[in-house]
Write a protein that binds this ligand. Sequence first.
Ligand code: ADP
Length: 378
Amino acid sequence: MPITDSKELAPAPSSASTGKFRQLLESAPDSIVVVDQGGKITLANGMTEKNFGYRTDELIGQSIEILVPERFRDKHVHHRDGYFHHPSTRPMGTGIELTARRKDGSEFPAEISISPLMTEDGLLVTAVVRDITERKETQKALQQHANELERSNAELEQFAYVASHDLQEPLRIVASYTQLLARRYKDKLDSDANEFIEFIVDGATRMQNLINDLLSYSRVGTRGQEFESNDLNKILETVINTLDLRIKDSTATVTHDSLPTLPTDGRQMLQLFQNLIGNALKFQSDSSPVVHIGVVQLADEYLFSVRDNGIGIDSQYAERIFQVFQRLHGKGEYPGTGIGLAICKKIVERHGGRIWVESSPGTGSTFYFTLPISQGDS
Ligand code: ADP
């Protein structure tokens, strides 16, 4: 018989060590079965009795296929023959998973490790069989949980999209007719009516803004584009040009490191930088804004930062500000709806990264986010 891998064959234990060997077998936490070239069981430990329901004397001399469900037996004989022609050690964790069969016909998933053993009587094979029922059940439960989460996320996203999209039309009618009402009947009714009309127009406009923002938020997931290689310097230049007027008006200084080229959704990168730099310019006290966009390369990702010298954020709000419609200021103080950072978070996470802020009131803020060096759309 051709044995191609003889260097891997372990010698059989000497008679002096047989007792110890037996003890070792019996204390093993897994079933251990030794099989000869004909596929007959020559040795089985106590754990085999326990796991498979056979007494050892019922197993010795039987074909190893007794421990395999009927439907897999022919295939198993074939694999076994192949193994004896090319024996090699295959340790646990190398992916041999089989279904094992107990004496009563019930089955359980098993992980198997096998190793050849050269003896005076020829080549034997030791198989260690581990019952992985629990592990499989945990894996299955985790997978089900992940599927369920993915499904409900997609459903929520779709819901937010449809709701905000469909709400736009009736709201447009409410807003435009109240504006018309305001124009045509202002000062023709009493002063209370003037005030009421103002409230309605203001409320309708605010609701329009919120719904538009919600729509942009849900579009990050549902209307994202394929990732393409994008030079982030170019994207940043476009953002700086778009914000030019605000930069000049506030006498701001905006500088940046040289940014990398990465596989990204270009439109979303534009949104990300625009929201972060827009906020850095907006949340200022009296001084001229000084904003720097930095980047450092780490092991498998880039770490970006957008630093400002603005009003800063109390650390207790560091997570809350990334939630939808969460703001720390009234709209009279600083304009906005509170969607910008939620969109940033969604964009960064869609790209496989993380986003956070480090800041304290009065000392400015630095928003950090990471982007993996190589990535796929998740
Ligand atoms: P918006 O700008 O419309 O308020 P965002 O989601 O962009 O919404 O920001 C949420 C809140 O986080 C802001 O209202 C503000 O309180 C805080 N914030 C964001 N960026 C900064 C910044 N650069 N400096 C200080 N506070 C900030």
